[in-house]
Design a protein around this ligand. Structure first.
Ligand code: ATP
Ligand code: MG
Length: 392
């Protein structure tokens, strides 16, 4: 089996692999780029695996950076680009159901491929395009199936994140999960609690952005993984509703979180905090979720306080969970607001002070009264009119 390596991300790395071979070692493309290229998808980043130890890679190449030397990864710099070369390794330990206690560098490609999660992720390709398939990954790829390399039970016990990766890849690639692999996820779902929330959240977000989101969610639910993810254990019905929305692909993670909050009725900020999401994301999702609940009846003030970004997110979420809502009309209503930001008010606090107000709560309340009146359309955003109204 030969693979087409004409894509520039492969082409740039080929001279490096040849140089490693010329020094007497092996080097292969591995991981997602190989899988994606075989599926006809554009590769994003290429991973190179080599029998050369990190110190040996650093002898072969003049310019290198130790990007992950403890895991065996050295970045080789060539013609303005960086290529990560990782030494073949085995992993052992895994006492805490995540990350191995020991990484051992080895010279055998087979040992390196054996530790990888799924057979479709355990393919290697030589610089001449020859595919090395030691775990029947090509058959699984052709049949669009995710199968753990080796004993699935043991593999999920070693690293429980792999279970989330399975449902994420199912959604992202539109693959099925092979039955024994799926059963092992069901048996080991509780081990997900040992994985850092950030890593679970990253896989969950990618699941939500995948082309086959509903299939990935269906197994996230059916295997019981959901019950070990932050704040979802009590939301089977909400998650089932989430897994039955239209298939439209979600691009923006904020839309995914908004739908999750909307359908589970979880309070947004504690939910987002439990999932360790950034404050800016939490603010956006909180605003979008509040607006989504008000649609299609949202009044001018609700649209105004949401702001453009949250309007966009709420409209995108509504397209999935409430398709009867006219999203274009909501966007138009937002665009037609007389005011979009407090800064656009033609009167400032300084103007009111110049007009005789003293700084303090009364001034603040007066400004707020003007702002709400302008947004509601009961006062024009016009300086003389607002100054007159302030005195009234
Ligand atoms: P993508 O980059 O699209 O997420 P990928 O398959 O390249 O997909 P990476 O996380 O970049 O995923 O990992 C690269 C490769 O390393 C995988 O293809 C797989 O062979 C291996 N790998 C990554 N994470 C694990 C893991 N938790 N357990 C076992 N192997 C893993
Ligand atoms: Mg990758």
């Amino acid at each position: 089996m030969q693979i087409d390596l004409t894509h520039p991300v492969f082409q740039g790395a080929i001279p490096i692999m040849k140089q490693i071979e010329a020094a007497g070692f092996e080097a292969y493309f591995v991981g997602g780029a190989v899988r994606d290229a075989l599926l006809g998808l554009p590769p994003h980043d290429v991973d190179i695996a080599s029998s050369a130890y990190p110190a040996e890679i650093k002898q072969i190449f003049k310019k290198t950076v130790d990007t992950g030397i403890q895991h065996g990864t050295v970045m080789v710099l060539a013609h303005g680009a960086g290529y990560e070369v990782t030494t073949f390794r085995t992993e052992s330990g895994y006492q805490d159901f995540r990350r191995p206690d020991h990484v051992t560098f080895v010279r055998s490609l087979k040992e390196d491929l054996r530790r990888r999660d799924f057979t479709v992720n355990a393919l290697a390709v030589r610089h001449d395009g020859t595919v090395i398939d030691l775990f029947d990954g090509l058959t699984d790829l052709a049949e669009r199936r995710l199968r753990a390399v080796g004993d699935p039970h043991a593999r999920f016990h070693e690293d429980a994140l792999r279970m989330m990766r399975a449902v994420r890849f199912q959604s992202q690639l539109g693959f099925a999960i092979e039955p024994a692999t799926l059963d092992a996820i069901t048996d080991n779902a509780a081990l997900l609690a040992h994985i850092s929330v950030e890593r679970v959240a990253s896989e969950f977000t990618r699941l939500m952005q995948g082309r086959d989101r509903n299939a990935g969610l269906a197994n996230f639910i059916a295997t019981g993984l959901y019950a070990h993810a932050p704040r979802l254990a009590d939301h089977l019905a909400g998650l089932q509703a989430l897994a039955q929305l239209s298939d439209t692909q979600i691009e923006d993670p904020a839309v995914a979180w908004t739908l999750l909050a909307h359908l589970t009725h979880e309070p947004v900020r504690p939910l987002m905090k439990a999932w360790k999401q950034a404050n800016a994301m939490s603010d956006l999702v909180a605003a979008a979720t509040t607006l989504l609940a008000a649609l299609p009846e949202a009044d001018a003030w609700q649209l105004y306080t949401a702001g453009q970004d949250a309007v966009d997110v709420a409209v995108a979420a509504a397209a999935l969970c409430a398709p009867a809502i006219d999203g274009a009309a909501v966007e138009a209503a937002y665009a037609a607001l007389p005011l979009h930001h407090k800064d656009e008010l033609t009167v400032t606090g300084a103007d009111l002070i110049a007009a005789g107000f003293t700084p303090g709560p009364v001034l603040g309340r007066t400004l707020h009264r003007l702002e709400t009146a302008v947004v509601a359309g009961t006062l024009p955003n016009d300086r003389p009119a607002l100054l007159a109204a302030a005195q009234a």
